[in-house]
Design a protein around this ligand. Structure first.
Ligand SMILES: NC(=O)c1ccc[n+]([C@@H]2O[C@H](COP(=O)([O-])OP(=O)(O)OC[C@H]3O[C@@H](n4cnc5c(N)ncnc54)[C@H](O)[C@@H]3O)[C@@H](O)[C@H]2O)c1
Length: 319
């Protein structure tokens, strides 16, 4: 068994690589740069003989196909993508990375000459704003009405995964996280809950740039969900919602302040809510893939604050 992790230098990527290596599984990392800084913050796996890193671009079809075929890949966890703000500003480049890049991973699986199971990051951004649905929890049977290019790209990937199963028998799971938080989360519109926790550890003021509610999902749970789905024997092209803890941003500040008194003086909230419905039902995932962990926000925030404190003490967190 050899797992390709694309977008391995990123937040979910680093935790996925860590947890695969914790299990003793061989990992081939693929990202634009050989950046192991996030993996180094959360583990001592940098330099492990079971870890190899290749750099390149996910939209390079020949490269991605050669990697999967020639490197004995049996499972692909596909996370490489650019996030909502980048896609809003650069729809063509965003589409090349998020849509063509995902087609490349599936085509590579199809042409590998051995079964390759694909688990890929979709997103809650396939849902439009709350007003499109009313105040109810959305299941996978509801119709995606994405309100951003990024969401449209993710929806296209889910459709392409279905066609790759229909035409070529590639089994896959697409997962729809909402806001992932934890050490290593530092990019994208929804990084701010994590950046707020980091600021508190540094004793610095911080303004959360989005208001309203978010569904916060602890990064290690999300990484474990990708791994459980990769290791599961599920056949077909599945798409699952993920759900964590829904919290309003001022309540998040109050919760952080319960763990770190005084945090309420450092943290403020401004800006608009994220234009994505935040009520997602993840019952189908839990019914079809047993053992998915579910860390409460209280516990996940406590772990994140403790990790940031420890990194600060070791001089590994300067800004
Ligand atoms: N973090 C969240 O809250 C969240 C929510 C929903 C979905 N997702 C999805 O999960 C996946 C991982 O998100 P993340 O938070 O770890 O993001 P991240 O930005 O931390 O990581 C993404 C990684 O992809 C790499 N990448 C970007 N363009 C690339 C290219 N052209 N070729 C190769 N690699 C490239 C980046 O260098 C980066 O390391 C993404 O697909 C994202 O859309 C994340």
């Amino acid at each position: 068994m050899r797992v390709l992790v694309t977008g391995s230098s990123g937040c979910i990527g680093a935790w996925t690589v860590k947890n695969l290596l914790d299990r003793g599984i061989e990992v081939l990392c693929f990202d634009t740069e050989a950046d192991t800084s996030r993996l180094g913050l959360i583990s001592s796996h940098v330099g492990s003989p079971k870890l190899r890193m290749e750099t390149g671009r996910i939209e390079d079809t020949a490269r991605v196909k050669a990697l999967v075929k020639d490197e004995g890949i049996t499972h692909a966890v596909h996370l490489a993508a650019v996030l909502m703000p980048f896609c809003a500003a650069n729809p063509v480049q965003g589409g090349m990375i998020d849509v063509i890049g995902t087609l490349n991973v599936f085509e590579a699986a199809r042409d590998a000459g051995r079964p390759v199971r694909v688990v890929y990051a979709s997103s809650s951004a396939v849902w439009g704003p709350e007003e499109a649905y009313g105040e109810r929890s959305l299941s996978e049977s509801d119709t995606p009405l994405p309100g951003t290019h990024y969401g449209v790209f993710k929806q296209a990937n889910e459709g392409n995964a279905r066609i790759f199963h229909q035409d070529s028998g590639i089994s896959s799971v697409g997962l729809r996280p909402w806001t992932v938080y934890g050490v290593g989360r530092d990019r994208g519109l929804t990084a701010d809950p994590t950046l707020a926790m980091k600021a508190v550890a540094l004793g610095q003021p911080f303004q959360i740039r989005v208001s309203g509610h978010m569904d916060l999902q602890y990064v290690e749970d999300v990484a474990e969900t990708f791994i459980h789905c990769a290791l599961s024997p599920l056949e077909g092209a599945h798409v699952f919602n993920l759900a964590g803890t829904i919290v309003e941003m001022n309540d998040l500040i109050a919760m952080i302040a319960r763990h770190r008194p005084g945090a309420e003086k450092l943290l403020t909230v401004a800006g608009k809510p994220v234009p994505v419905s935040y009520r997602m039902d993840a019952a189908r995932l839990h019914a079809m893939v047993p053992g998915i962990p579910s860390t409460s926000l209280d516990e996940g925030a406590a772990r994140t604050l403790d990790m940031f404190d420890e990194l600060r003490r070791r001089g590994l967190m300067l800004t």
